[in-house]
Each structure stands twice: as structure tokens, then as C-alpha cells.
Design a protein around this ligand. Structure first.
Ligand SMILES: [Mg+2]
Length: 111
């Protein structure tokens, strides 16, 4: 399973089964999943604390941590979408469309 062949449905199912096998479904409500998502996002951010980005990019151990924390974020995002009955593909398409209206492509943004 990789990005070329996996579906969002398969990933949601994989996570759902992992949760069910451990009896964790009772803990997976929208509030606690949202909290867990942000905690994992904070763990991702912690990799960069007191380091410049080039140092992280050149350090294989830190890049492995980045990969794992990103996976944690995605797992909780997918689990949250599953519990909330949100179709991820549809939600992303709708939000990208909204963002495109907010940030037209013919304008150059400088930050
Ligand atoms: Mg983590």
C-alpha cells in the first residue's frame, strides 16, 4: 500500500480496525480526537524547536521522527473524519475551491 494505490477508504478502515481490536472506540469522540490531533501536531512541531530547518532536513533520525509524527497527525485526522462521517475527498475539494476564491491565482502573495 502506497500513495499511488491506497485509498482514503482503505486507510480509514485500517485505522477503524486497529481501534476496534483494542477496544478504544469508546474513547474516540470528536473532542478527544481533536485534542489528540493537535497534540500530535505539536509533537511534529517539537522536532523543529531550537533547530533551523536545514539541520532537520539533513538529519535522518529527525526526518524519521517527522515521518512518524506526520503519520500520527494523519491517523487522527482520518479517524476524526471517520467518526464525524466526513467524506475527506469531498471536504478537501470543497475547501480547495473555497481557498481558490479567497486567494485568486492571478495575485502574487508575499509573506
Ligand atoms: Mg506522536
Amino acid at each position: 500500500m502506497d500513495d499511488q494505490t491506497a485509498t482514503i477508504y482503505e486507510l480509514k478502515k485500517l485505522i477503524r480496525e486497529f481501534v476496534a481490536e483494542r477496544g478504544w472506540k469508546k474513547y474516540h469522540n470528536l473532542k478527544d480526537l481533536s485534542i489528540a490531533l493537535i497534540i500530535e501536531a505539536s509533537e511534529l512541531l517539537d522536532i523543529f524547536k531550537w533547530r533551523n530547518v536545514e539541520k532537520v532536513e539533513k538529519n535522518s533520525e529527525l526526518m524519521l521522527s517527522l515521518k512518524e509524527e506526520l503519520a500520527d497527525v494523519i491517523i487522527y485526522a482520518l479517524r476524526l473524519s471517520d467518526v464525524a462521517n466526513i467524506d475527506v475527498a469531498q471536504a478537501v475539494r470543497e475547501k480547495i475551491k473555497k481557498n481558490a476564491e479567497k486567494y485568486p491565482a492571478n495575485i502574487r502573495y508575499e509573506w
